[in-house]
Structure formats: C-alpha cells, structure tokens
Design a protein around this ligand. Structure first.
Ligand SMILES: [Mg+2]
Length: 181
C-alpha cells in the first residue's frame, strides 16, 4: 500500500473494475454495461483530494477494449481514458518514461486496479496493485491488496475510501469532504 503522497499515477482498468465484467448485447450489436454510482462519488472524492493537495496523482482509465461505453463513462466521470491498448505494460512504460525521464523506477509510484490475466504484467510491476474480490484467481494471488468489493459493486469506491482513509475520518470530516464536491 502507498500513501496518497507517494502516488503519482492511478490507473484503472475498466471491465471488471468499473463493471461486473458482463456485457449486454442487443440485436444490432450495441453493447451495454452496468456501472455503480458509488464509484462515481469516489472519483469526485479523488478530485476533492487533488484540489486540497492531498493527492497530486494523474488518474486515468486504461482499457484493452475499444468501446464507446468506456469513453461515455470516462467522460461522465471526468476521467482521461486510453482505449484499445493491447499491451498495457508497454503503454505505461512509454507513458511513464515520458513523464518521469530521470526516475529509475517510475512504476513505484503507480497504483493499478485490475481484475484479469491481461492486467498481470502491470499488476506485478507497479508500487501498489489492487484487485476486486471476484478477480481471476491468479490476479488475486499476484496483487498487494484484494478488496472485499467486487468489480462494478463499489470496488473503486472501496479503493478510494481506503487510500484516503475515509474510515478514520469523523462524521463532520466526511460530511465536509462530500459536500465539497
Ligand atoms: Mg478487466
């Protein structure tokens, strides 16, 4: 686990993280997914934390899928989004080397939330890897932290509250944080 000050990048997979990893498809081939509004509030809390200087991290969604639903959800949440990324590790290596050209191991300051086998190379590499409780068994074995929540069932919310220490805040502090959105 990293403290908010130690984190410079928060990367979130989409399917199985913001969703329950299921997809509905209609007769025209249009895809639908179900997201959790509790995770939307979590992203708001991240923004408050950034505004208050508790957190300076860049935050974005990184998805293998190229799907309009990912973009639509990212836009709604106000999150940057990189889609159709086949090799997430190669993408991050390139991205981090551009952002932190002089750092020996920029992966140390990265948190990655992922659930499936295609996330393993990144999950093994980052400073703090986090998975939902319904992730693939090999992912559950590989990550630093497994949360009780499942993908699409407040998993992102669980991560954000844990990272920001919401559980240790007083009722007044929580009210104030939430109303500051
Ligand atoms: Mg996934």
């Amino acid at each position: 686990m990293l403290t908010p000050e130690e984190i410079h990048t928060i990367v979130l997979d989409f399917d199985g993280v913001f969703t329950d990893n299921k997809v509905w498809i209609d007769a025209e081939g249009r895809e639908f997914v179900r997201c959790d509004r509790a995770d939307g509030l979590a992203i708001d809390l991240l923004r408050v934390a950034r505004r208050r200087g508790w957190l300076v991290a860049e935050i974005f969604i990184l998805s293998t899928e190229a799907n309009p639903v990912v973009r639509a959800r990212a836009d709604k949440l106000g999150l940057a989004c990189h889609q159709a990324v086949g090799d997430k590790l190669a993408f991050l290596e390139h991205h981090l080397s551009e952002r932190f050209p002089s750092e020996d191991d920029p992966f140390e300051g990265v948190v990655f939330l992922g659930n499936d086998l295609n996330d393993l190379p990144v999950l093994r590499r980052v400073g703090w890897s986090v998975a939902p409780s319904d992730a693939h068994p090999l992912v559950l074995e590989a990550v630093d932290t497994v949360l009780a929540e499942q993908g699409g069932e407040s998993f992102v919310r669980g991560f954000v509250e844990r990272m920001l220490g919401v559980g240790r805040m007083s009722g007044e502090e929580v009210d104030e944080l939430v109303s500051d959105r």
